[in-house]
Design a binder for this molecule. Structure first.
Ligand SMILES: C[S@@+](CC[C@H](N)C(=O)[O-])C[C@H]1O[C@@H](n2cnc3c(N)ncnc32)[C@H](O)[C@@H]1O
Length: 183
């Protein structure tokens, strides 16, 4: 999908998409840098959109690993379903329901969760539920990566995780903060 098509999808569903363009490669790199790909068994992606992070994850993940990607936008799911990779499972349901799909796929715990969810647009109660379930399904040494366009999510993340590291990527539309959370 081109930047123009992404923007059209944004105009249709401003609230759920929360961005006017796909993530830049600089932002994608910053989101994935903390991952130790050698040891990965299962990664979950929240809000893959048109797949800018998904493609890079698949480039770097081991052959015997699994990527579960939760996306609620039907047009984006259609695009993602064109990716023919046996490691990838596109789940057209909200991130909130992650436990259901882990069970269905016989996965107990997850190594990393990479999220582009627009927390600023999602009701507080739902963000709280998502973070609680993220914490529950991550392995003890697991990590949660989230980008946002403001620092507003910091308090919620800090209420869930012991460590929250923040970095900034100016080369993205709009510029973004990356939060890397664990423990
Ligand atoms: C900012 S876009 C990110 C797209 C892509 N990951 C990128 O970085 O270019 C956010 C995505 O989250 C999806 N989304 C919003 N709420 C969601 C939810 N509760 N569960 C799963 N996906 C959701 C939207 O449909 C949208 O595709």
């Amino acid at each position: 999908m081109s930047k123009k098509d992404f923007f059209s999808a944004f105009l249709k569903q401003t609230k759920n998409i929360g961005a006017i363009a796909p993530s830049s490669r600089f932002l994608v790199k910053k989101m994935l840098d903390p991952i130790d790909f050698k040891t990965v068994k299962c990664i979950v992606e929240f809000g893959p959109g048109t797949g800018s992070i998904t493609h890079e994850l698949l480039n770097l993940m081991p052959k015997d690993s699994v990527l579960l990607a939760f996306e609620i936008n039907a047009d984006f799911c259609e695009i993602l379903n064109e990716i023919k990779d046996p490691r990838l499972k596109i789940i057209s349901d909200t991130a909130e329901n992650i436990e259901l799909y882990l069970k269905e796929n016989n996965i107990e715990r997850v190594d990393y969760i990479v999220s582009s969810l627009p927390f600023a647009m999602i009701p507080n109660g739902i963000v709280k539920n998502i973070l609680a379930v993220v914490k529950k399904v991550l392995k003890p040494a697991g990590m949660f990566m989230q980008y946002q366009y403001s620092l507003n999510a910091y308090k919620k993340l800090k209420g869930t995780f012991k460590n929250v590291e923040i970095s900034f990527t100016p080369i993205n539309i709009p510029p973004a903060f990356v939060f890397v959370c664990n423990d």
